[in-house]
Structure formats: structure tokens, C-alpha cells
Write a protein that binds this ligand. Structure first.
Ligand SMILES: *Cc1c(COP(=O)(O)O)cnc(C)c1O
Length: 389
């Protein structure tokens, strides 16, 4: 692990050692069910609410509006299905974008196919940003929900969330944002940004996997989509995952107290890598917006390169990254996000995503750049298309 350079923090992060430390007693001595009446177990209820308070503070929210879930996927599903069900009498139209995570896109498709909703999937521009006027013209009298992600998991692009929130509020439409990539990394304020519902996930910012957050503004009807006990104020049944919730709270505390300095550090390394590669490699582009992007996200495309080959060769050098294509049913499919920003199939397939954390050194970054350049030269030297160009 020591020699590994891990550049896949958008996929998941290492659980911080301090977070693990904080979680451990909740597996062993503090194992009680938080719903029990005796003090030994009831203390765990307090531990959960301490985490809830930390999350609420990080979002500038009321702690009564924070619900713990099993992760980002559940939070997205819950938000969308609950609003669809509970506001259907008002209308059956939902607006989202083409670059959402599958947790949102596939839930929208379910609502269309199985539940008779109509969904508008908005285009984004070539840097991955949603145009507010496009959103405005898509609004109809029967629009009940706008769901736009805070920051994209592939290209890191950050949306104009405050403007979207202001518009949704003005039109009296519920606004949900999938903030899984943003929370813990960039400042979020549900009040000034007029966010009604927000999804986040523990393992994307140094917390454990399998625990997430749904923020739901007081007054928004998010009746449970599961049936069971009275946990989480009757909204999310099931015995609470106490160790994970405690860990999540600690991860939020650490992430928010170092947010500015971590962002500054990763941004510097990010820009070093981007500038170095753009300067030294021909036929390559940066995907996503140059400034309006997460401090830790690099996504670049290289002509005449198969992303998969690049990743395998990086792996042999101890560098973990990911690409903009996914192997679905045996064939390599370019990502829907890269297609939505207008990349050709070739450029989408020749993409690599590197997502940093604050521990990456400039020395590691230099090593990554050098290896990347070496590998690209090697791959291109074997490419007839490159040689015949
Ligand atoms: C990772 C991710 C999710 C899913 O979160 P899980 O906790 O892994 O279920 C949803 N949306 C975005 C943008 C993500 O990056």
C-alpha cells in the first residue's frame, strides 16, 4: 500500500484512521440498540445525535432535518421516489440533467417506466455546466421536482446550485441535489442555496462505506419508502448503523475543519498535473470546466489511446486511476457524461480520471506525470492511426 499512488478518490476514499478509532468502541463495548430504554444503550442514541448535529452544522441546517441512510444511492432513491409519490397530485413532471449519477438517472427511468412520470433530461454545455435559462424554459405547471447534482463524479464540474435553488424556490418546485462528490470538499449552505433535499455519502470524504445522509427541509414531505420501525423520526426504519454513523460524524468534523486548506493543497497539485500534461502531450484535452470544478478532479482525454490500456499500464506502475468508460455487458461503452459534453466516442474512450486527496505530494504528482507521458508515448508508438496522422 505504501508505494501505491491512489488517484481514485471519487470512487471511494480511505476511511481516516481517526474515524476508525472513533468507530471501534461501537462494535465492542457500546453495542446496544439505540432504541432501548436502559442508559447503556440509550447513550448510543446520543452518539447518533451528536453526528447529526455535526452534519447539520456543516450544511447550515436544522439537525431535525438530517436523516442517516445506507449511502448516496439510497438517499437519491429516497428523495426522488418520495417526492414523486407525495407530490403526484400536484403534477408528474421532473427535471434533471443528462450527467447525473446512475442513482438518480436510473431512479428517474423507473419513475417514467413504472410510475407514469415524465422526466426532462437537460443537456449541459461542453464544459459540463447547466444553463439556467434552459432549466427555466423546461419548467412546466406540473413540474414537481428539479434534481441537479452539486458536482459531477466524472468531470468534477460544479453546477450553479444557488441560482438553481433560487429559481426552484421562486417557482415553488422542490429542489434536490446529489452532493455526494461535493459534501466535505466544498462549502455547502442549504439556506443561502435554497436546497430542499440533499444526498451525501460517508465513503466519499474519509468516512466509512454503507452510510449516507439525506437532508430534507422541514415541511418537505419525504414519507418513508421502506416500512418498519420508528427510527429516524419515523422516516427511515431499521436499527441504526451506530458505528458507521459515528464514523461519518467524525469524518464530517475533520473534513469541514480542514476544508479550505485541503482544497488549496489538492488544487495546487491538480493544476500542476493538468498544466504539465497539457504542455507536454499533444492531442489531449481537459474534460470539464477549468475553474468551476472540484479541487481534486482531473479528467483528460488522449487521442489514439484506449483508456483501458492506459489504466492497466498505470496499475503496473502502482498508480490507481479510472477511465470514462464502463464495461457493460461485455462491450466497452463510453460514459454518458463524456457523451453529454460532446466528446467523440474515441475521445471518451481515451479518457482517464484522476481524483486526488490532500495527502498527495508534488513529488508523487511529478511521478504520475512522467509515467503518464511514458505510457502514452509507448501506446501511441504502437498505434498505426497515430503514426499515419
Ligand atoms: C458515489 C456516488 C453516489 C452513490 O453513493 P454510494 O454511497 O456509493 O451509494 C451517488 N452520486 C454520486 C455523485 C456519487 O459520486
Amino acid at each position: 500500500m505504501n508505494d501505491l499512488i491512489y488517484l481514485d478518490n471519487a470512487a471511494t476514499t480511505r476511511t481516516k484512521p481517526e474515524v476508525v478509532e472513533k468507530m471501534l468502541p461501537y462494535f465492542t463495548e457500546n453495542f446496544g440498540n439505540p432504541s432501548a430504554i436502559y442508559d447503556f444503550a440509550a447513550r448510543n442514541k446520543k452518539a447518533i445525535n451528536d453526528s447529526r448535529q455535526i452534519v447539520a452544522k456543516a450544511l447550515n441546517a436544522d439537525m431535525r432535518d438530517i436523516y442517516f441512510t445506507s449511502g448516496g444511492t439510497e438517499s437519491d432513491n429516497w428523495a426522488l421516489v418520495a417526492i414523486a409519490e407525495n407530490y403526484a397530485s400536484k403534477g408528474k413532471h421532473i427535471i434533471t440533467t443528462k450527467i447525473e449519477h446512475h442513482a438518480v438517472l436510473h431512479t428517474c427511468q423507473y419513475l417514467e417506466k413504472q410510475r407514469g412520470f415524465e422526466v426532462t433530461y437537460l443537456d449541459v454545455d461542453e464544459s459540463g455546466i447547466l444553463d439556467i435559462s434552459k432549466l427555466e424554459s423546461a419548467i412546466r405547471p406540473d413540474t414537481i421536482l428539479i434534481s441537479v447534482m452539486f458536482a459531477n463524479n466524472e468531470i468534477g464540474t460544479i453546477q450553479p446550485i444557488a441560482e438553481i435553488g433560487a429559481l426552484a424556490r421562486e417557482r415553488d418546485i422542490v429542489f434536490h441535489t446529489d452532493a455526494v462528490q461535493a459534501f466535505g470538499h466544498v462549502p455547502i449552505d442549504v439556506e443561502t442555496m435554497n436546497i430542499d433535499l440533499l444526498s451525501a455519502s460517508g465513503h466519499k470524504f474519509g468516512g466509512p462505506k454503507g452510510v449516507g445522509i439525506l437532508y430534507a427541509r422541514n415541511g418537505i414531505n419525504i414519507k418513508s419508502f421502506m416500512h418498519g420501525g420508528a427510527q429516524e423520526r419515523n422516516r427511515r426504519p431499521g436499527t441504526e448503523n451506530v458505528p458507521a454513523i459515528v464514523g461519518l460524524g467524525e469524518a464530517v468534523r475533520i473534513a469541514t475543519s480542514h476544508m479550505a486548506e485541503n482544497a488549496e493543497k489538492t488544487r495546487k497539485v491538480r493544476d500542476y498535473i493538468i498544466d504539465d500534461i497539457l504542455a507536454d502531450v499533444d492531442h489531449c484535452t481537459l474534460n470539464g470546466h477549468r475553474e468551476k470544478r472540484l479541487p481534486n478532479n482531473i479528467n483528460m482525454s488522449f487521442n489514439f489511446i484506449e483508456g483501458e490500456s492506459l489504466l492497466i499500464m498505470l496499475d503496473m506502475e502502482g498508480i490507481c486511476a479510472s477511465s470514462g468508460s464502463a464495461c457493460t455487458s461485455g462491450a466497452v461503452e463510453p460514459s454518458h457524461v463524456l457523451q453529454a459534453i460532446g466528446l467523440s466516442e474515441e475521445m471518451a474512450k481515451g479518457s482517464v480520471r484522476m481524483t486526488l486527496d490532500e495527502n498527495i505530494s508534488l513529488e508523487d504528482a511529478k511521478k504520475v506525470c512522467n509515467k503518464l507521458k511514458e505510457i502514452i508515448n509507448r501506446l501511441r508508438s504502437m498505434s498505426p492511426a497515430y503514426k499515419n496522422m
